[in-house]
Write a protein that binds this ligand. Sequence first.
Ligand code: FAD
Length: 535
Amino acid sequence: MTRSWWGWGDDEAAVTEPELEGLATLVGARFGSAPPAPIQPPQLDSIDLPVPRVGLPASLDHLVDRTVDPHRERVRHAHGQAFRDVAMAVRGGIGTAPDIVAMPPTSDDVARLLDWASEQGVAVVPFGGGTSVVGGVTPPDGPTVTLDLAAMERVLDIDTVSRAAHVQAGALGPRIEEQLRPHGLTLRHFPQSWEFSTLGGWIATRAGGHYATRLTHVDDLVESIGAATPAGRWESRRLPGSGAGPSPDRLLLGSEGTLGVITDAWVRIQQRPTFRAQASVSFDDMPAGAQAVRALAQSGLEPANCRLLDPVEAALAGAGDGSAAVLVLGFESADHPLDAWISRALELTSDHGGRCPDGPRIVTGDSTGSSEGAAGAWRQTFLRAPYLRDGLVRLGLVVETFETAITWDRFPEFVAEVQETATAAVQRLCGAGSVSLRLTHAYPDGAAPYWTVIAPGGSDPVAVWDEIKAAVSEALLAGGGTITHHHAVGRDHAPWYQRQVPAVFASALRAARGAVDPQGVCNPGVLGVEGPTTT
Ligand SMILES: Cc1cc2nc3c(=O)[nH]c(=O)nc-3n(C[C@H](O)[C@H](O)[C@H](O)COP(=O)(O)OP(=O)(O)OC[C@H]3O[C@@H](n4cnc5c(N)ncnc54)[C@H](O)[C@@H]3O)c2cc1C
């Protein structure tokens, strides 16, 4: 397999020409136009990059993989996987590219590279899977080394007594599960980007995964973290919990490369679930469904899956016919049958007008990761979606998401306001298009709404999206929400993040960064830690 230099995943798995034709027909029918002609990605060698401004000293030269085409590596590491990254790359628009792509095999090599970069004033951009959707891996303007952690991908140790595993930061989702599966264990952190994102990237961005309630973010799965910083090693104790002052792990979680490079972590793992109870519940509308989600989140039942899709999202996901909102509900356990849990959950949803004519589905046995049956089909659709997104981008559409979180007391007005702002911006800039909504994660005190925009992009889809994004980001902040629930801050959200956090906290973060990275070489520009920013 060859990793795509412009879009999602592997070249060999990209949408085929017949698939693209089918998508073009659907797009034409949806927007009342002729099927759009797909953009063809340019030849890689037609992309001009400036001559590298820096080179590694001989002592670090072994960190560069000489078996790969350096031009391809620089282009591939020049961007993440947001809509704007893919839309620009497929048109040959590569902005800043790293001067060097280094691939250290050990944490000592990472430390040596940071020492050299600090001495030379060269920026270091950590790169896990490069699936950032917020400009987190986009190189800054000055001389830059992109530090790809791909060679650090092993599970180093498993503590079966405490049920924890010591994992290197560059391990991709499938590599982690592959190494845990023989022991009957699993991390169960499955963001949609799972196939091509890494443990270090998840920790650095506080990724949101599989669990819709309770263990929603990777934060909850982290026991301790090891990192290399220009000022020395940062390694916390393995502890099940600790009340000893501010937590070193909490500071690294979400640091997005600005406090150094996460090299490894101990993570909490689980026995693979063998009992499952699932149900699909329909509601007349989203407000009724949201009331049911609140009741479930406050019930203490803690469903693993509790995702509410509006009628458009339900139809897109094949979970409904577009006439009703659909709640996808699921419980899982390695220990006990879940019939009582799903029964009580269905009573609660029914109190709010939920309909589940087919009743719950009870499944027994280890089906995680299986490529067979309904679970396998769902998994394939889930993993295939980003490739289809790239197909739509090639057809000139704006296809992007934005997400947030808000407490239940403000939820109805907030969601209505943001929906109205996004719909108005899409209508004004695109003339047509959809703004659909789902709730991805639910808490006793609130939920995480997640919107998807699909609209004709006109002659400059990236500029169109930038304008929509600025409008919705303002609405999120004005309504008291967060600029992101799990997509991270990166460069794109930095101005809003700096306005969201207390000013004294922003100063404290800058001071912390100054202590571990006095030369400011660690992913400059991300989080806006360098100083005050304006939108
Ligand atoms: C199709 C698609 C689906 C997605 N689905 C989800 C989802 O379900 N949930 C979710 O939370 N996110 C999702 N994302 C966003 C993205 O996958 C996450 O932010 C993910 O955690 C990034 O991991 P990565 O290994 O690709 O990191 P990268 O993209 O390589 O890096 C992300 C940021 O972390 C820094 N970083 C990476 N590794 C390290 C390290 N070892 N030490 C220090 N800093 C580091 C980088 O410099 C960058 O700032 C999705 C993205 C796409 C394109």
